[in-house]
Design a protein around this ligand. Structure first.
Ligand code: PDD
Length: 291
């Protein structure tokens, strides 16, 4: 039996019903989070829940639960569904109201749902590296909000999949922004560069962890945007996300990066990131070295 959270209650999945006029369904009028679970424990949950509240606040939704309440509900859900290695998905919408672009009455109850999923770590890809394509970033100008509206991201990802690639690296004109569901980094002469956390990208939690790791280990990381030209001439390219962790990119539009194999910096960051997971969630059973 699988359980989900609907508006603060843990119930059976097949009992959870959402009205056809929920604004999430009609307009994508809401925000979401994806949190990683290792050894039955959430990784960086505080950061994710804080971003959830912030994204919601940015579109005028006030979350009717405290961070502590949400965290405890999600912990119970993970336990009930017996998730050891997986993800928790959490979303809130502006609730149910007759279809109208303007916001409904301020007292309209929001709809919050959460569910879990068993998800392996992509250890094979982390070890071999993955291919990517380049595609124009056609999204809106508030990519910092983790909005349910993901059409631009979906179209980019589908283009990558159809080209037999793992990720689409998006660019606005000459400037590289981020992946369709990840942040992108380049390494040049020992320094890591990534787009500043402004309105053009999502400030990834994995990205933030990586910044912390680099600062602790005296690895140079600069938040500065870089061009397609710099991307194509980088020593190494990598992406980061909750589910993909630290993923080396070894081929872009058919051009090999670092001779088509993950570079030393990527491998080092993977190791340091794993150590961080193990501090919070305990020892990992599989490591990229094992598969
Ligand atoms: N995506 N940029 C975009 C556009 C994203 O969708 C994501 C994550 C990231 C990385 O953020 P984080 O490190 O906090 O996961 C960057 C999630 C995993 C998703 O939509 O499934």
């Amino acid at each position: 039996m699988e359980f989900v959270i609907l508006n603060g209650e843990i119930i059976e999945r097949n009992e959870a019903k959402i009205d056809v006029e929920d604004r999430g369904y009609q307009f994508g009028d809401g925000v979401y989070e994806v949190i990683r679970v290792y050894n039955g424990k959430m990784f960086t949950s505080k950061e994710h829940l804080e971003r959830f509240e912030k994204s919601a606040g940015n579109i005028g939704i006030s979350v009717p639960y405290s961070l502590g309440e949400m965290s405890s509900l999600l912990e119970q859900l993970i336990l009930k569904n017996d998730i050891q290695l997986g993800t928790v998905y959490l979303q809130i919408t502006r609730g149910i109201s007759p279809r109208n672009h303007a916001f409904p009455h301020a007292e309209t109850p929001t709809t919050m749902v959460a569910y879990t999923r068993q998800v392996e770590r992509p250890v094979g890809n982390m070890k071999s590296g993955v291919k990517a394509i380049l595609t124009e970033d056609i999204r809106w100008l508030r990519c910092d909000i983790k909005s349910l509206n993901l059409l631009g991201n979906l179209l980019a990802k589908q283009k990558a999949v159809e080209a037999g690639c793992f990720e689409a690296i998006q660019h606005r004109g000459e400037t590289v922004t981020e992946g369709s569901s990840s942040n992108v980094f380049i390494v040049k002469d020992g320094t890591i560069f990534t787009h500043p956390a402004d309105n053009l990208i999502l400030n990834g939690i994995t990205r933030k962890k990586l910044q912390e790791i680099c600062s602790t280990h005296s690895i140079r990381l600069e938040e500065r945007s870089f061009s397609i030209e710099e991307l194509m001439h980088a020593d190494e390219v990598l992406m980061s996300s909750t589910t993909a962790e630290i993923m080396p990119i070894i081929d872009i539009d058919g051009n090999k990066v670092n001779g088509g194999v993950p570079g030393e910096m990527s491998k080092k960051l993977q190791e340091l990131f794993e150590a961080e997971i193990e501090i919070q969630c305990g020892q990992l059973v599989t490591t990229p070295g094992e598969i």
